[in-house]
Design a protein around this ligand. Structure first.
Ligand code: T6T
Length: 325
C-alpha cells in the first residue's frame, strides 16, 4: 500500500526529472556581432566562442558588417535582434552610437554582453547613466596595453625622440584607451620622448601607410610609431618600409595577425602586443550561458596579453597567440 506522501514524492520526482529534461533540451542561441567580419582579431574571437558553444551545446551565430563602422553595424544588429537570440555578444563600434540600438535588444529581453569594446563608460550594472544595462564587459585592459606599447617603443628608440600614434578614429573605446595609456606612460616616465599629433586612418591600412610617410616628410627625425590596432600597425609598418626606413623608424604594433611573424623577423616591427581574442570569445559564451541558466556573472572579465619580439617569436608557447586568419 503506497502512502499519500510516497505517491506525492514520486510525483514530485517525476516532475523534477521532467523539468530538468526540459531545461537540458532548451538549446540556447547566442549571437556574436564583431566590430567587422574580415579581421583576424574577430575571426580568432569567433573560434574561441565556437569552442565554448560546442562544449556547452549552444548554437552560435556570427553576423557582422564588412567594415568597422556604426553605420553598417547597426543594421546588422537590428537583423540579429529580429532573430531573437537568447543573448548577444557584441563589439560595439562606437561608445555612444550603439547605446540606443543595443537598448532595443535589452528591452526585447535579450541578454547583452559587450566584448572587446564597450558602450558608455564601460561600467555596467551600476544603476547610473544610460548605458549600464549590458551584463558584462569582457576584454583586454586597453589602457594597460597602451602603457605597455609606450614602454616598448621608448626602449626601442633609446628613451628619446619623436613618435606618434597611428589610430583608427575617436569614439572607439579600445583604441581611445590605448592612446590614453600610451600618452600617460610617455608623459610620466619618458620625458625626452615627444608624442606628435595622432593620425586617424579610419581602419584603412593604406591610409595609415601614407600618413606615416606624411609625418616622416614633415619630421625627418621621426623615431617611432605606435600602431594602435591591427590595420593601423600593418599600415604604419608598410609606410616605414616604403619610406626606406626599416629599422630606423621603430614600429610597435598592437595585435598579432599571421604577417606579424615576418614583420618581426625582418626587423620591420620591433614589438607586437598580442591580445587574447579567443579567450574573449570563449568567456563571452560561457558568461552568457551562465546568465541564461540562472547564475550570476562577473560584470567585468579582463583577458591577457602576450608580448612578441624577435627573441621569443619562434617559441610555440608565444606563437600560439598569433591570430587565426
Ligand atoms: O584591435 C582590435 C580590437 O581590439 C579593436 O577594438 C579594433 O581593432 C581590432 O579589431 C584589430 O583590427
Amino acid at each position: 500500500r503506497r502512502s499519500f506522501l510516497g505517491a506525492a514524492s514520486a510525483l514530485a520526482l517525476t516532475f523534477s526529472i521532467a523539468t530538468s529534461a526540459v531545461a537540458q533540451d532548451k538549446k540556447y542561441t547566442i549571437a556574436l556581432v564583431p566590430g567587422l567580419t574580415t579581421d583576424a582579431f574577430y575571426i580568432t574571437m569567433q573560434k574561441g566562442a565556437q569552442a565554448a558553444a560546442d562544449a556547452l551545446g549552444v548554437e552560435l551565430v556570427f553576423q557582422g558588417a564588412p567594415d568597422f563602422n556604426p553605420v553598417t553595424q547597426v543594421p546588422v544588429l537590428d537583423a540579429v535582434i529580429a532573430r531573437a537570440p537568447d543573448a548577444i555578444l557584441i563589439a560595439p563600434t562606437d561608445t555612444t552610437q550603439l547605446i540606443e540600438p543595443l537598448r532595443k535588444a535589452h528591452d526585447a529581453g535579450i541578454a547583452v554582453i559587450t566584448v572587446d569594446t564597450f558602450i558608455g563608460t564601460g561600467k555596467y550594472q551600476t544603476g547610473a547613466g544610460d548605458a549600464d544595462f549590458p551584463l558584462s564587459y569582457i576584454a583586454s585592459d586597453n589602457v594597460l596595453g597602451g602603457r605597455m606599447a609606450a614602454r616598448a617603443l621608448a626602449n626601442a628608440i633609446g628613451g628619446e625622440g619623436k613618435v606618434f600614434v597611428s589610430n583608427v578614429k575617436p569614439g572607439i573605446s579600445t583604441t581611445d584607451q590605448r592612446e590614453e595609456g600610451f600618452k600617460a606612460e610617455m608623459a610620466e616616465n619618458f620625458p625626452k620622448v615627444t608624442v606628435l599629433e595622432t593620425q586617424f586612418n579610419d581602419n584603412d591600412a593604406n591610409k595609415a601607410a601614407s600618413q606615416l610617410q606624411g609625418v616622416f616628410a614633415r619630421d625627418a627625425d621621426l623615431k617611432g610609431v605606435f600602431g594602435a590596432n591591427l590595420f593601423s600597425a600593418l599600415g604604419a609598418g608598410t609606410g616605414v618600409q616604403q619610406a626606406g626606413q626599416t629599422g630606423n623608424i621603430k614600429v610597435v604594433a598592437f595585435d598579432a595577425p599571421g604577417s606579424i611573424v615576418d614583420n618581426i623577423s625582418t626587423g620591420l616591427v620591433d614589438v607586437a602586443i598580442a591580445q587574447h581574442p579567443a579567450e574573449i570569445g570563449y568567456y563571452g559564451v560561457v558568461s552568457a550561458y551562465a546568465h541564461l541558466t540562472g547564475n550570476s556573472i562577473p560584470v567585468n572579465i579582463g583577458t591577457g596579453f602576450t608580448v612578441m619580439d624577435k627573441s621569443n617569436i619562434a617559441d610555440p608557447n608565444i606563437a600560439k597567440y598569433i591570430y587565426a586568419e
